[in-house]
Design a protein around this ligand. Structure first.
Ligand SMILES: *Cc1c(COP(=O)(O)O)cnc(C)c1O
Length: 247
């Protein structure tokens, strides 16, 4: 789950997970669901198209979000929200500080909550919503540009992470600091990414790609990434055939 979320930008279907557990006979006291919502936990509530995906009205036990991702906190930090029954169970009296400790780590940075508070206040709900919508729109733009250029690419619902064929040119990948895993690479379209950046990324990608085709005397073929992103999103010579036919 970690890999699929982080590398492919998937949002797990919590309702389906819960339904499956309940259908299999697991009562609520026999499962615990933690929502690892590092990046998307801040974004989802601001998406008009996303219903309340993560909600304590559902039988989840906890949710965590990172403070240094969407909110841009300069210190690595995060927030965990859980039910009071679990908080009481995991907290303990600590003699040396003379109080009850309800945190996971014990000592922690006092500046982080101030930065988080500042980011939330400064942007405001409308500001965060605009940023989220902009990131999603730019991710769609990148996905469309790659697909139109015949590069296998995928963008999950409610996601700003575009997954595509790993570029074969190492210099290109390292210049853009691309995160690659096996045959796929991804771009996380955050607030600083502009249409101009995406245009130059795609143009350069295509240029390097056609160059490698030339080098191999026309033998270059798009990588097959169907196993990772499904046949519908793959541009390799075999799966490309499926796209235009009704089969
Ligand atoms: C970034 C990320 C993490 C790591 O979170 P940190 O707050 O940076 O430790 C965990 N899970 C997912 C899905 C992530 O995107």
């Amino acid at each position: 789950m970690y890999t699929s979320t982080t590398m492919k930008g998937a949002v797990d279907d919590i309702d389906l997970v819960i339904k499956t557990l309940e259908k299999s006979g697991f009562s609520r006291d026999r499962f615990y669901i933690h929502c690892d919502a590092a990046l998307f936990g801040i974004m989802l509530p601001f998406l008009k198209a996303a219903p309340k995906i993560i909600s304590f009205k559902k039988p989840i036990g906890s949710v965590s979000v990172s403070g240094h991702k969407f909110l841009g906190c300069p210190i690595p930090c995060g927030v965990v929200i859980t039910r009071s029954e679990y908080m009481n169970a995991s907290s303990r009296d600590v003699e040396i500080i003379g109080s009850r400790d309800t945190t996971i780590t014990g000592s922690r940075c006092g500046h982080a909550p101030i930065f988080l508070w500042y980011a939330i206040k400064k942007k405001g709900s409308i500001g965060i919503q605009n940023e989220v919508e902009n990131c999603i729109a730019n991710a769609r733009y990148l996905h469309n540009r790659l697909s139109d250029a015949g590069i296998g690419a995928m963008l999950n619902e409610h996601s700003n992470i575009v997954v595509f064929e790993r570029p074969l040119d190492h210099e290109f990948s390292s210049r853009w600091n691309l995160a690659c895993q096996g045959n796929i690479a991804h771009v996380v379209v955050m607030q600083h990414v502009t249409i101009q950046m995406l245009d130059s990324f795609v143009t350069e990608f295509l240029h390097k790609r056609s160059f490698s085709r030339f080098q191999d005397y026309g033998s270059f073929q798009p990588l097959c990434i169907a196993e990772k992103v499904s046949i519908a999103n793959c541009s390799c010579s075999m799966h490309n055939l499926y796209h235009d036919c009704a089969c």
